[in-house]
Design a protein around this ligand. Structure first.
Ligand code: C5P
Length: 314
């Protein structure tokens, strides 16, 4: 219990979900990860991560997915806070509150988003002053998608997805996201891909010319045709009903549809906001998806929305 005189400071960081416009998966590396060439795209579906000085380390998750997220030391946000504390020599526990809107195990990097948000929020709360590069490096230790959650926008990812380079692109894109009520485990999807590919050829790790041209032109129809995800067949193999989701969205008039990352969220590209609303309504009515959201991309990466606020009594 906090006494009335105790100063309390908090920082809130807003951090976006991602989809992969293109995800080319190469061979498995010695460390168990796969070589990737990917085009990340941050979309306007966010988690808000608040860190607050506290007597003890803790984490609370709010929102419809709260029961699916561990609230102990295995939580990726908690691991992020402790990693930064140890790197910066800080001994000030924080309580982390995650207001969660990004689906859990949905292929949209929600856990990575929370880790990225926590790194940025703790850095501000503790006044560490880390460079963006230092936060990205720490983020890469926590998960392959954490550096991108810090960066946002649209970016090329290489290595295991953690090495980023800017993409020349323009335009804003309207997405309809068909969520699923049962998640998919990322390691299982990669293992399924390896199984399906046994003795087969692995692709060259270069983003397609059609993707780069589409992004440079800002033409949504070209982007819709260029969407490509090597993990999609593995996601469809483990959740065959996703084929019906994809087929329904395309029949209703999406410019393109793709499983997001390791799935099971399916992202549909539409020409504008109005068509997005139409598709969302039609997808919901068709009954193929238990929940549908709309989002625009690209959006900025993790950024502070409040704080540090200090001191205040409570
Ligand atoms: O880095 P992240 O925690 O997101 O990875 C989760 C799992 O996904 C890894 O343990 C690994 O099984 C798989 N993965 C992979 N190759 C990558 C990224 C993730 O095999 N490039």
């Amino acid at each position: 219990m906090r006494s009335a005189a105790t100063p309390r400071r908090s920082v809130t960081v807003r951090v976006p979900a991602k989809i992969n416009l293109e995800l080319i998966v190469g061979p498995r590396r010695a460390d168990g990860f796969h070589h990737l060439a990917t085009v990340f795209h941050a979309v306007g579906l966010h988690d808000d991560v608040t860190v607050e000085a506290a007597d003890d380390w803790g984490v609370t998750v709010n929102g419809p997915y709260a029961s699916l997220v561990p609230a102990d030391g295995t939580n990726l946000a908690m691991r992020a806070a402790r990693l930064l504390a140890s790197a910066a020599g800080v001994d000030e526990p924080v309580h982390i509150t995650i207001d969660k809107d990004i689906p859990v195990s949905g292929g949209m990097a929600g856990g990575s988003a929370d880790a990225a948000g926590t790194l940025m929020a703790c850095d501000a709360l503790w006044d560490v002053g880390s460079s963006k590069a230092a936060l990205e490096e720490m983020g890469a230790e926590l998960g392959s998608d954490v550096p991108f959650a810090l960066t946002g926008g649209t970016a090329m990812g290489s290595g295991r997805g953690d090495r980023l380079a800017p993409v020349l692109g323009r335009g804003h894109y309207h997405w309809v996201l068909a969520l699923s009520d049962s998640g998919l485990s990322t390691p299982k999807i990669y293992a399924e891909l390896d199984r399906m590919r046994a003795n087969g050829r692995v692709p060259k790790l270069v983003p397609s010319a059609s993707m780069m041209t589409a992004l440079r032109s800002g033409d949504a129809a070209s982007l819709g045709r260029a969407l490509n995800n090597d993990l999609q067949p593995a996601a469809l193999s483990l959740q065959p009903r996703l084929e019906e989701v994809l087929r329904t969205g395309m029949e209703i008039g999406a410019l393109g549809g793709i499983v997001s990352g390791s799935g099971p969220t399916v992202a549909f590209l539409v020409p504008d906001n109005e068509r997005g609303l139409d598709l969302a309504v039609a997808l919901t009515a068709s009954g193929v998806s238990p929940a549908v959201k709309r989002a625009v991309g690209p959006v900025r990466g993790a950024h502070i929305v409040t704080g540090p606020v200090a001191p205040r009594s409570s």
